[in-house]
Design a binder for this molecule. Sequence first.
Ligand SMILES: [Zn+2]
Length: 127
Amino acid sequence: MIVLSVPQCYTFAMEKKRELAIERQIEKVKRDLLALGDLRPGSLSTQYNVCGSPGCRCKASPPEKHGPYYQVSYTRKGKSSTKFVKKADLPTIRKQLKNYERLKLLMDRWIDLATELSNLRITKEKG
Ligand SMILES: [Zn+2]
């Protein structure tokens, strides 16, 4: 019969408790992911342009450039893209960008929790 010493017993109980806490936190992350609305990656920027027409107000002194124009820039699978966005769509786009940032945070959190959980569950013997 193997009798665990008190410190080992204590450690085991603490680890079990931590495991349960992590499981609960992962469940919360999953619920938050399911509740996430529409999303899109990228960052929003505003642009003012100068056109090609001679004598246009965009070349006056001081210049009155054309715009603002709004665009979302993003890199996906190593490829950079830009999409122009209408002013009317800005609130929707902002919300989608925010949701994407939240997705990344939640995934990051899940990965950290899952790694810790795995470390607790795999064989403890040292090489
Ligand atoms: Zn112009």
